[in-house]
Design a protein around this ligand. Structure first.
Ligand code: DOR
Ligand code: ZN
Ligand code: ZN
Length: 444
């Protein structure tokens, strides 16, 4: 019996080396990686013309919105953006309308996503109101609990230390991570109030409120919470040198902590906000060039575990405000993450194998995405096919995301995703989405 598909004439990125070989796919899975002569006969053959095949990228921090926030993004547009950007699995954040914080709200999102998604989708939940619901949520398939130290989203207030300890302990018992948005609420609120009272409403005021101190304070608190409860904490979007120092010393103490960085915190500094204004406003804000350097060092020394986009789409009018305090923070990142990082590989700032480890292998391990994250026989055929040398210009008006803006708009990048396969299906070909909604699986 011939297999479904054979990809020939490729450079295939394995865990420790790149090989010139082909890849056979059957029933959505990789059945063979080998030299062409040893590949089985296939119903369909595709010549990849020497281009690179990477394990499908897993983006562990994405806001797909939908439901009452569909005007910003929905599962279809968000996963089209993912496919276009070479991302084959996304993990969806819970700060939705309604908030994902019960097994009902989670299952509802899964149901909508199953019908509309082009790539695979997994979900996080916020903490529920009642502790007993945590087990149900995990059994329904949540990959972790997201907790915002900055304001209450979900059933537990960041000021309720006692409940927090109990909920973190339950997460440890259920063997799921707690993902941390690290900003200290008390610190943030008092600073913000002071700034507003003084009539400050520009970008620098925002950065003063959402300070490095507030970030490190919250990371410190999360680390201690992990130490006390045994829960694995994952620090989202670290943005500063001091933050990675706190993570690094926690790791040395043997505390179960991991962390992520975004391409924008690696590649843009606060000066970008002077040029781009509120488009580049995100939370945590872009920091100094010294912080960027520190993030790169942490990336190279394995203090930072993964790269995630923090894809945070908004309507354009939500970015165009008079006062910084009224601006919706964040911007889309799914369509720029892979090309931006490939550009860094081309520049010699990162090795291709490190990039694959940071964007496929480690996310699959940290969030237990089974059968994905590397190119291996028996694994799902999630593939990001890349023309490594192609230069092109990012044009946010062409995004599949509903949010057609980006602080990277107009930037020249080197490295282009030319094909994306999800579960053995070609879903994006030379920029065109050809996958059917429902091709993506719900990962539990
Ligand atoms: O910039 C941000 N946008 N930071 C967050 O923490 C939330 C996110 C969003 O959901 O828009
Ligand atoms: Zn966040
Ligand atoms: Zn986020």
């Amino acid at each position: 019996m011939p297999v479904d598909l054979v990809l020939k004439n490729a450079k295939i990125c394995l865990l420790d080396r790149i090989v010139e070989a082909g890849l056979a796919i059957n029933d959505g899975r990789i059945v063979k990686v080998s030299k062409e002569v040893n590949l089985p006969p296939a119903c369909e053959n595709l010549n990849l013309k020497g281009n690179l095949v990477l394990p499908g990228v897993i983006d562990a921090h994405v806001h797909l919105r939908d439901q009452d926030l569909s005007y910003k993004e929905d599962f279809f547009t968000g996963t089209c953006a993912a496919a276009s950007g070479g991302v084959t699995t996304v993990l969806d954040m819970p700060n939705n309308m309604p908030v994902t914080m019960s097994s009902e709200s989670l299952l509802k999102r899964m149901e909508i996503a199953a019908k509309n998604s082009i790539v695979n989708v997994a979900f996080y939940s916020a903490f529920p109101k009642r502790l007993e619901e945590m087990r149900e949520i995990v059994e329904s398939g949540a990959k972790g609990f997201k907790f915002f130290f900055s304001r209450q989203i979900g059933g537990v207030s960041p000021e309720d230390e006692e409940s927090l300890r109990i909920f973190f302990r339950e997460a440890a018992k259920l063997s799921v991570p707690v993902l941390i948005h690290a900003e200290d609420k008390t610190f943030l609120d008092s600073k913000m109030e002071e700034l507003k009272k003084n009539g400050r409403c520009n970008i620098s005021a925002f950065s003063e409120a959402h300070s490095v101190e507030s970030e490190t304070k919250a990371i410190g608190r999360a680390v201690e919470m992990s130490h006390a409860s045994g829960a694995h904490v994952h620090i989202c979007h670290v943005s500063a040198g001091q933050s990675v120092n706190v993570v690094s010393s926690a790791k040395r103490r043997g505390i179960h902590v991991t962390c992520e960085v975004t391409p924008h915190h690696l590649l843009l500094s606060q000066y970008e906000m002077k040029h781009q204004g509120f488009i580049a406003l995100t939370n945590p804000p872009l920091r100094s060039e010294t912080d960027q350097e520190a993030l790169w060092l942490a990336l190279k020394s394995d203090v930072i575990d993964i790269i995630s986009s923090d894809h945070a789409p908004h309507a354009l009018h939500e970015k165009m405000k008079e006062s910084v305090w009224d601006v919706s923070t964040g911007f889309p990142g799914l369509e720029t993450m892979v090309p931006l990082m490939l550009t860094q590989v081309n520049n010699g700032r990162l090795s291709l194998l490190s990039m694959v480890r940071l964007m496929s292998k480690r996310p699959s391990e940290i969030f237990r995405i089974r059968g994905r994250g590397c190119l291996r026989e028996g694994y799902y055929a999630d593939l990001t096919v890349v023309n490594f040398k192609r230069e092109w210009k990012i044009d946010s008006s062409k995004f599949y995301s509903k949010a057609k803006f980006s602080p990277f708009n107009g930037k020249i990048v080197k490295g282009k995703v030319i094909k994306t396969f999800v579960n053995g299906q070609l879903v994006m070909d030379e920029g065109e989405i050809i996958g059917k909604p429902g091709t993506g699986e719900i990962i539990r």
